[in-house]
Design a protein around this ligand. Structure first.
Ligand SMILES: Nc1ncnc2c1ncn2[C@@H]1O[C@H](COP(=O)(O)OP(=O)(O)OP(=O)(O)O)[C@@H](O)[C@H]1O
Length: 277
């Protein structure tokens, strides 16, 4: 067993922004020196407000965006652009939007079996058996397999995305806001499914969310991101009961704030930042 399912070492992604024809470009540090480790079987929640760099971090882990600096290790192996194909057997994404992540012109059966075809796993017959087994596992009725994504509900589409992600039997899932595009009533079903699958298949999760309520119920550890940096990491209990960093405290109190107009900037006290590490 690897020591770490996922390890990020001083990972950065900077973007050069052009501010007009005559002015010099400025650098946006979307992700800036992030280091974290997830042992096999653990669920790490990565939280932070919109724009703090969560998706940029996920794209680098998935090999979709090259880092400016630093490295990503999956099951103790360094990932580079050259081995993205091999990476798919170890690590798979589940994205926010099950509407745009499924090809509308393919049947559900074709969508779920495509990774097996691309990776030449088994013959046609065994591939179809795997599709059936995987759709049972994610609670997708067999009658839906010959339909198209447009004929399915949001929750059913996300089950398809999960089946497709699991068909190559990866050990790690990177879930980027996997329920935020779904109706509230369906969100809990999908979250429960992800947790059941974790138990059954012994998966490791990086669970990215701006929703602390979701994270609190799912994760073993939490990493808090603010403006491209990790400001605090700890166990779920550490973070939810005894947060040390003022940003984490502000993020937690913003969930509970009785006054919705009071956003994070108001809750953050600049003087507290001066003393924070
Ligand atoms: N290709 C790009 N070019 C320039 N800037 C970018 C690019 N991609 C992301 N950014 C910027 O990097 C910052 C982080 O974006 P990112 O999408 O990672 O945030 P996020 O935390 O995932 O937000 P959200 O929760 O809203 O998706 C933002 O300021 C964004 O505008």
């Amino acid at each position: 067993m690897p020591q770490y399912a996922l390890e990020l070492c001083d990972l950065s992604r900077h973007f050069q922004l052009k501010n007009g024809v005559f002015s010099a470009p400025t650098t946006l540090k979307a992700v800036d020196g992030v280091s974290l480790r997830i042992p096999p079987g653990e669920t790490l929640g990565l939280v932070g407000e919109s724009g703090c760099g969560k998706s940029t971090l996920a794209k680098m882990i998935l090999g979709l965006l090259p880092p400016t600096d630093g490295s990503v290790l999956v099951n103790d192996q360094v990932i580079s652009n050259g081995n993205r194909f091999a990476l798919a057997k170890q690590l798979q994404p589940i994205f926010q939007d099950p509407y745009s992540s499924l090809n509308p012109r393919k049947t559900i059966r074709q969508i779920i079996s495509l990774p097996l075809q691309l990776h030449k796993v088994g013959d046609k017959r065994s591939q179809q058996a795997s599709v059936k087994q995987m759709s049972d596992l994610v609670g997708l009725p067999e009658r839906l397999l010959d339909q198209y994504p447009g004929q399915l509900s949001g929750g059913q589409r996300q089950r398809v995305a999960i089946a497709r992600a699991l068909i190559l039997k990866p050990s790690i899932l990177v879930c980027d806001e996997p329920t935020s595009a779904l109706d509230v009533s369906v969100q809990a079903q999908i979250l429960n499914l992800l947790m059941d699958l974790k138990q059954e298949l012994g998966l490791t999760y990086l669970f990215i969310s701006h929703n602390l309520g979701v994270v609190e119920h799912l994760v073993d550890r939490v990493a808090v991101m603010y403006r491209g940096k990790l400001v605090e990491q700890g166990t779920r209990e550490d973070i939810f009961r005894n947060a040390q960093h003022p940003y984490t405290q502000a993020l937690l109190s913003s969930v509970l704030t009785p006054e919705p107009s009071l956003g994070l900037p108001e809750l953050l006290d600049d003087s507290a930042w001066a003393n924070a590490s």
